[in-house]
Design a protein around this ligand. Structure first.
Ligand SMILES: *[C@@H]1O[C@H](CO)[C@@H](O)[C@H](O)[C@H]1NC(C)=O
Ligand SMILES: *[C@@H]1O[C@H](CO)[C@@H](O)[C@H](O)[C@H]1NC(C)=O
Length: 219
């Protein structure tokens, strides 16, 4: 009896770890519930990747994981920006909101960490840049529900989040959301334990904002 216990314990630990890992990937809380009135959701991806229609809820990494399984024949060449090019003009449009399309929108309030009492810390910059690369190579919208935040990208504890202050869902283009993360990465970077890290937040006059930070929740 006694000799089988360690094995069982280890098996149980591994199972727990697997379950935790699986959960983190989609629905684990990521710390934004502290934000008054916000709930945490899952990003709604709608559009196409390299010409193939794709609709899925999850982070951009989870979406590309699925995409590469479904389309192993497609070679993802992030050196070429040809695929995203046709989407540039559209990148700021929010789907299905005529009234909003008439209002001039702009970015504002870029701030680097530390921000208020959030306690956000730096994410490894090259990992954030990978997330931005994914976002720049889709012709799609990255949706977020009313009064909630979603994880747009999360890999190696480096997270890009989109928070929506509106009382309705919004569907900004994914490359445009990537451009906020790029602004933050360009301006809000520094060194931590010998690595380049970045951390910050940028707002849009359309009442949403993008956050780049270390993902305490794991991913
Ligand atoms: C994504 O989530 C939304 C909101 O929960 C849901 O309505 C939609 O059907 C989901 N889409 C997919 C592809 O699972
Ligand atoms: C990529 O974008 C840059 C800058 O916008 C442009 O100069 C270049 O021609 C583009 N390359 C391709 C392959 O579209």
């Amino acid at each position: 009896m006694a000799s089988s216990t360690p094995f069982k314990t280890i098996t149980l630990l591994l199972l727990t770890l697997l379950l935790l890992t699986a959960e983190v990937s989609a629905t684990a809380p990521f710390g934004m519930e502290q934000y008054e009135g916000y709930s945490e959701g899952v990003m709604m991806f709608q559009g196409s990747i390299y010409g193939h229609a794709m609709e899925m809820n999850g982070t951009i990494e989870e979406i590309f994981d699925r995409f590469t399984l479904e389309h192993p024949e497609v070679e993802l060449d992030f050196k070429s920006n040809a695929t995203a090019a046709g989407f540039q003009a559209e990148r700021r449009d929010l789907q299905g909101s005529e009234a909003h399309n008439k209002v001039a929108r702009s970015k504002f309030g870029l701030q680097c960490c530390p921000i208020a009492a959030w306690g956000w810390t730096g994410a490894i910059q090259v990992i954030i840049e990978d997330g931005i690369d994914y976002l720049n190579h889709v012709q799609a919208r990255c949706g977020v529900g009313a009064r909630s935040c979603v994880r747009v990208s999360c890999s190696w504890n480096a997270g890009i989040y989109l928070c929506n202050d509106n009382y309705y869902g919004i569907f900004p283009s994914c490359p445009y959301i990537g451009s906020y993360a790029q602004d933050i990465s360009n301006v809000c970077w520094g060194f931590s334990r010998g690595m380049e890290v970045c951390c910050g937040q940028e707002f849009d006059t359309d009442s949403y904002n993008v956050i780049v930070r270390y993902a305490n929740e794991g991913c």
